[in-house]
Write a protein that binds this ligand. Structure first.
Ligand SMILES: [Zn+2]
Ligand SMILES: [Zn+2]
Length: 332
């Protein structure tokens, strides 16, 4: 089957992914095979292909926002039947038994495996996933509009929860890519007022169109202090910008898997019980909640479609913030 394979990390614009023919995988016990129709493109994929994260497997097929159809079940796989639509996310499996799993934090499992990183992902025609780690896709979403929900949506949703934003709160979103454009809609549905901090004019326009109360640059002060903020941009200095805009006792949640160094700061920026916390992966419960909520809102995702063979271009476009909303590869 056709696959976009990473053999050697390189900058996205140099074409790190190669078209290859790889053997079709067979599901083992408890696993299902999903025939891929679309796969979303995520910033984490960009970090992987550029070698900005430690390599876990090479060669590897990236991609962890898969929407497809179940076409084979391994022995004992439950919850799906052939022909069902299924979604695959970043969290591929956990051991279910480590300290983190026992503390109800399976997102932090010490033996977790991740899709498109520890095991081959969705930049190809079929993927294998444990049935317990696959998801039903709400009927009101097309394949391509569902794909960005599976990571951009899920991680954004977890970040929103950890930011502590509640009804009537003013929430700041720093960076406005795939994740933020979904979080904005959910936060508004929850009754938050949303301020969006982004450089790109097209992103500012999209944010206003989706209901942002105010847009500006990261350095700008919003009209009123923020109760909570989420930093999507992988730029350490922005953490300080967010703290400058935050009220006493507010939280800044950091949604990225990597970030440039956070500059030294004066303690007064953090004092008065302001909280800075990172967000790592997601639990299965997060994914189920987000999919249900997205259908209820209903969230409208903006997507730009690319053929599978143009995965390098999709990644390069995302790197330059040239995509509004989310990039999605069409495969099946
Ligand atoms: Zn564990
Ligand atoms: Zn992702």
């Amino acid at each position: 089957m056709r696959a976009m394979v990473l053999e050697q990390p390189q900058p996205a614009e140099e074409g790190p992914l190669q078209v290859r023919d790889i053997p079709e995988p067979t599901p083992g016990p408890g696993e299902i095979r999903v025939r891929v129709r679309v796969c979303g493109v995520c910033h984490t994929d960009l970090h992987i292909v550029q070698g900005e994260l430690p390599m876990h497997k090479l060669p590897v097929v990236p991609g962890h926002q898969v929407v497809g159809v179940v076409d084979a079940l391994g022995p004992g796989a439950r919850g799906f039947k052939e022909g069902d639509r299924a979604g695959v996310i970043w969290l591929h499996s956990t051991d279910g038994s480590c300290e983190c799993c026992r503390r109800n934090s399976e997102n932090l499992c010490i033996n977790a495996k991740f899709t498109g990183y520890d095991v081959d992902g969705g930049y190809t025609e079929a993927v294998i996933v444990p049935a317990d780690f696959a998801y039903q896709i709400p009927k009101n979403f097309s394949d391509e509009n569902a794909a960005p929900l599976l990571c951009a949506g899920v991680i954004g949703y977890r970040s929103l929860k950890l930011s502590g934003a509640a009804r009537s709160d003013r929430l700041g979103l720093y960076g406005f890519g795939a994740s933020a454009h979904i979080v904005l809609q959910i936060a508004r549905y929850m009754g938050c007022e949303v301020c969006v901090f982004t450089r790109a004019a097209a992103h500012k326009e999209l944010a206003l169109r989706l209901g942002a109360a105010w847009v500006g640059d990261a350095k700008d002060q919003p009209p009123r202090e923020l109760d909570a903020a989420i930093v999507f941009a992988p730029a350490g200095p922005i953490v300080l910008d967010a703290l400058r805009a935050l009220r006493k006792g507010g939280t800044v949640a950091l949604a990225g898997i990597t970030m440039s160094p956070i500059p030294q700061m004066d303690y007064s920026l953090l004092y008065h019980e302001r909280v800075v916390r990172s967000v790592a992966n997601s639990t299965r419960q997060d994914a189920r909640e987000l999919l249900e909520l997205a259908a209820e809102v209903p969230v409208r995702t903006e997507v730009t479609l690319y053929p599978l063979e143009e995965a390098n271009r999709a990644l390069a476009d995302m790197k330059r913030s040239h995509i509004e909303g989310a990039g999605v590869l069409r495969i099946g």
